[in-house]
Design a protein around this ligand. Structure first.
Ligand SMILES: Cc1cc2nc3c(=O)[nH]c(=O)nc-3n(C[C@H](O)[C@H](O)[C@H](O)COP(=O)(O)OP(=O)(O)OC[C@H]3O[C@@H](n4cnc5c(N)ncnc54)[C@H](O)[C@@H]3O)c2cc1C
Length: 401
């Protein structure tokens, strides 16, 4: 067993770091946005991602048939971790959720239209699953889709509301879960691609406690032609579940956690409380040793998802890393909260000073991560939902409600 990356993988890592050094622009990289740094929401960030596309780094794991390089998933992991470690935009939704689902299930029209745009980063997507009464239980979604015809085309007429749609205020396309069969909960959902900039779509902001924007979206009499339906009608929930495995992993990277841990370790090494160095306090030493050990657990749980997904790609019949993804998401995001708690405790009252305050301990990151890490335990499926997945699918325990 070897936990190290291979020489080729380390070379790739070095190439990525050199590329990031050469593109070091504060308009693109901003660690203080915490996990929301991953979205591609400004012209500068879009331009940077386009350059990444030109290098062929957006299609690292896509099949050659769709202009990808059919590389192993570990290269995408290394790239995303390097981007996240600098607070840069990441290859999440377009390449992962939308691109990979279209490759597996999309019709030729959707593949030809969207896959090249994704590889060049010429398009941004928002993902619309959650509704006011369908969050953890996403299969309860109700946004109504009814058969209709418009201008001689057959398709679907949409009416309803989504909530917590991140990116809706700058994305061009909506990856939307709709209710096409009201009598069949899990087998009555269909995925569609819908332009966001059209009459009938109203987008309103919701500001999170992490100072980032997400949205509620109202859909009124929006027509979607049949060719914009993803895969089979009423099979959407199956596609959503597959894509969520990916989201739980790719959207919650490890390197920002490590970076915050390093800030705390530096603080403990160098600061004093009441004239006594923090590093000499046995309680502090014990707490830091525990945090560093937990961080290593999170890192290795992440690597296990990479290893299992590579196995699933290569071996016919191998299971996708659903349980491993949930274990990683649960442990890493809950650990991140414990780390934020520790940073607030150890830095005392000064820890409440905000990012960009000159004298703030740990560059003000204690305060911002304390607020933001709560959100990470909710988005992409809450900690309780991850525990249910592990209990039921991993341990075979019965559903208890
Ligand atoms: C910042 C942010 C961005 C997001 N972006 C998007 C997005 O782009 N697109 C999108 O579709 N969604 C998005 N979401 C929505 C997210 O997926 C949901 O918030 C999440 O799934 C939880 O749903 P809910 O908020 O309705 O809470 P609920 O499902 O109502 O849960 C409330 C509480 O009950 C607990 N609970 C629920 N069911 C169970 C159960 N079976 N067993 C035990 N406990 C349970 C939950 O853990 C939680 O503590 C985002 C959320 C946030 C916070």
């Amino acid at each position: 067993m070897d936990f190290d990356f291979s020489p080729e993988q380390r070379d790739f890592q070095a190439e990525v770091e050199a590329f990031l050094d050469a593109h070091d622009d504060p308009e693109v990289f901003d660690l203080t946005r915490e996990n929301m740094a991953q979205i591609v929401d400004t012209p500068e960030r879009r331009g940077f991602m386009r350059e990444l596309g030109q290098k062929g780094w957006l299609g690292l794991t896509w099949p050659k048939e769709y202009s990808g390089s059919e590389g192993e998933g570990v290269y995408e992991y290394l790239l995303n971790e390097a981007l996240a470690g600098r607070g840069g935009p990441q290859i999440g939704k377009g390449v992962g959720i939308i691109g990979k689902t279209l490759i597996a299930h999309g019709n030729d029209f959707l593949k030809e239209k969207f896959l090249p745009m994704i590889l060049n980063n010429d398009v941004e997507f928002a993902v619309g699953y959650s509704e006011p009464n369908a969050g953890s239980d996403a299969a309860s979604m109700r946004l109504k889709a009814e058969r209709t015809e418009q201008d001689g085309k057959s398709g679907w007429l949409l009416n309803g509301q989504k909530t917590w749609t991140t990116s809706a205020h700058f994305a061009e396309w909506y990856w939307l879960g709709t209710r096409t069969d009201p009598d069949n909960k899990h087998r009555g959902i269909t995925l569609m691609l819908v332009p966001l900039d059209q009459p009938g779509v109203t987008i309103r902001p919701i500001w999170t406690m992490g100072d980032e924007r997400t949205n509620e979206v109202f859909i009124e009499d929006v027509f979607v032609p049949d060719e914009y339906v993803v895969g089979d009608v009423n099979s959407g929930f199956q596609y959503i579940s597959q894509a969520l495995d990916l989201e739980r992993f790719t959207m919650f990277t490890f390197s920002p956690i490590k970076q915050r841990l390093d800030l705390l370790c530096d603080y403990v090494r160098n600061e004093e409380v009441d004239g006594r160095p923090l590093r000499d306090d046995p309680v502090v030493r014990g707490r830091i040793a525990r945090l560093v050990t937990d961080a290593e657990v999170a890192r290795v749980l992440g690597l296990r998802v990479v290893a299992e997904s590579m196995k699933a790609e290569k071996e016919e019949g191998a299971a996708p890393p659903t349980i491993e993804s949930s274990q990683y998401k649960l442990f890493a995001t809950e650990f991140s909260r414990r780390l934020a708690d520790a940073s607030m405790d150890l830095a005392g009252p000064g820890s409440q000073l905000r990012v960009h305050t000159e004298s703030a301990p740990m560059q003000g990151r204690a305060e911002s991560t304390y607020r933001y890490t709560v959100i990470d335990t909710i988005g992409g499926g809450t900690s309780e939902v991850q525990k249910n997945i592990i209990a039921r699918r991993g341990l075979g325990l019965p559903k208890n409600f």
